[in-house]
Design a protein around this ligand. Structure first.
Ligand code: NAP
Ligand code: MG
Length: 497
């Protein structure tokens, strides 16, 4: 019997009101059911929002350092449960154990950062233009935060949102991706075990259209933090506009690694392999394009194909496996369709391009790591997010051309440049349109205490991570204390004319 999971609303584990459920399967072996989960609807969202609204009245008054103490406990519990969480995550969404351990570690880092922020949450004191008057600006909680997350970082991304939201004094209604509800449930269990009071954290499982949109459109939800596709992000933005709620959107990417002729090619090779095929290419920051200088093109392509051929596909729980499956059949179909599109457009496959024939992989949603050459910057495989193990290689002749091609997409999340020339490196840092630029490192590798997010259609200007996310989850209140005993009129009484 598959394990039965529930929603957590107002401090209680409950089924969907309708009683309906959905299954989640292991993408490396689709015969294995990870669990059954409540297929919730509007009435479940309403209950959760009601609980969160009520709990907000108490939680907002808990001193931030006390909220920080709970976050420290959360981090401690995640350390204790790290291996178990990583294994559950690999079973649920397929990426290899080393990476799911990293995903949990990012959550741990985020918890400890949030814990320490409980003793900061700094505001400003600023001199007044008038005598005997005190000016300050301080952070205050906002209210009920809706959190909607994708499946590719099933622990890290929810923690990036939920921990700062709670630390700032907001309450949360959380809808995780339908592909990773078990990991999300474990996170909620940890929050509860660490002492988060009832109603402060609520999880409602179910589909994006029903539960996700139910949260976004709810008049009593004050802010929404969403990570996912650009397509869904746009819909969320439209619906949220009707209640003018605050929305943070972290969306798609089409990230490129540029390799100049003077680069350390071995370093660049390690970078592109990790960037393109880590998490089976299913990262918002995955290296989806390689912009390769013509002078080193042939040499680097040979090195690349040799190494890709050695990558081992398989169940991420097994030792020695480098690349896991696609998360589900839909994602595998998308990859297959982009391989066809690339071929039709005139690109050529330098490696891979098919579903593996190995019978040991026959019951999972695997796809070979795939490399396209002869890709032109206008090709769809050079412009659109594929979200799978597909790398499009484009030949370039100069730094200027490399940057121009890199910027020629609607997205702007991550970017990478390999060069030993300091002038080229700084020119690239200045001119690349992306929220993140790495020099001599791959497009993936964000650290939890640094701002994370993208420009153009990758987002709407907010940043997760580090100190910046605390701006999203708190409101500034400006306070003037006039102790002069008289009416003092700003801009008027302190100037003669
Ligand atoms: P997705 O299809 O957009 O789904 C993301 C979340 O939104 C899921 O919880 C999904 O629920 C929910 N959802 C779907 N339709 C919705 C709707 N109409 N209204 C409200 N919520 C809805 O994305 P995904 O396939 O899970 O993740 C892959 C995408 O995320 C890629 O585009 C990737 O680049 C992006 N991503 C971006 C970042 C970043 O920080 N920039 C990080 C990671 C991933 P269901 O699961 O139930 O459909
Ligand atoms: Mg699954």
């Amino acid at each position: 019997m598959a394990k039965k999971f529930q929603n957590f609303i107002n401090g209680k584990w409950v089924d969907a009101k309708s009683g309906k459920t959905f299954e989640n399967r292991n993408p490396a072996n689709w015969d294995e059911i990870v669990g059954t989960f409540p297929k919730s609807g509007k009435e479940d969202v309403d209950e959760a929002v009601k609980a969160a609204r009520l709990a907000f009245e108490k939680w907002r008054l808990v001193p931030a350092p006390k909220r920080g103490d709970i976050m420290r406990k959360v981090g401690d519990l995640m350390v204790e449960r790290k291996e178990e969480l990583a294994r559950q995550m690999t079973r649920e969404m397929g990426k290899v154990l080393a990476e799911t351990r990293g995903d949990v570690q990012e959550g741990i880092d985020t918890a400890y950062y949030a814990s320490s922020e409980g003793r900061r949450l700094f505001g400003h004191t600023v001199p007044s233009e008038l005598p005997n008057k005190f000016n300050m600006a301080m952070r205050v909680p906002i209210g009920v935060a809706g959190v909607v997350t994708p499946w590719n970082f099933p622990m890290a991304i929810p923690t990036w949102k939920i921990f700062p939201a709670l630390l700032c004094g907001n309450t949360v209604v959380f809808k995780p991706a339908s592909d990773t509800p078990a990991t999300a449930t474990s996170l909620v269990e940890i929050l509860v075990d660490a002492g988060v009071p009832e109603g402060v954290i609520n999880i409602v499982h179910g589909g994006g259209g029903e539960v996700g949109m139910g949260i976004v459109g709810h008049p009593d939800v004050d802010l929404v933090s969403f990570t996912g596709s650009t397509e869904v992000g746009k819909k969320i933005s439209e619906v949220a506009a009707s209640t003018l709620k605050r929305v943070s959107l972290e969306l798609g990417g089409k990230n490129a690694q540029l390799v100049m002729a003077d680069a350390d090619l071995h370093l660049a090779l390690d970078g592109v392999l990790w960037g393109a095929f880590g998490t089976t290419g299913q990262r918002c920051t995955a290296t989806s394009r390689l912009l390769l200088h013509e002078k080193v093109f042939n040499e680097f392509m040979k090195m690349l194909v040799d190494r890709v051929a050695k990558l081992k596909l398989g169940d991420g729980l097994l030792e020695g496996v480098d690349v896991g499956p696609c998360v589900n059949q839909g994602q595998q179909d998308t990859v297959k369709s982009y391989v066809e599109i690339g071929l039709k457009e005139g690109a050529r496959i330098a490696f891979g391009g098919a579903v593996p024939k190995d019978p040991a992989l026959a019951r999972g949603w695997f796809h070979e790591p795939t490399i396209f050459v002869d890709v032109q910057p206008h090709h769809r495989i050079a412009k659109e997010e594929i979200f799978g193990p597909v790398l499009s290689v484009i030949k370039i002749a100069s730094l200027e051309e490399g940057i121009r091609v890199m910027n020629d997409t609607i997205y702007g999340l991550s970017s990478s440049v390999y060069t030993k020339n300091v002038n080229d490196a700084y020119t690239a840092i200045r001119d690349i349109q992306a929220g993140i630029t790495y020099i001599n490192a791959p497009t993936i590798g964000a650290e939890a205490h640094m701002p994370f997010g993208g420009v153009k259609q990758t987002g709407n200007g907010h940043r997760e991570g580090g100190w910046t996310v605390y701006d999203f989850f708190s409101e500034w209140k400006t306070v003037y204390v006039d102790y002069s005993g008289g009416l003092q009129r700003a801009q008027i009484d302190n100037y003669d004319k």
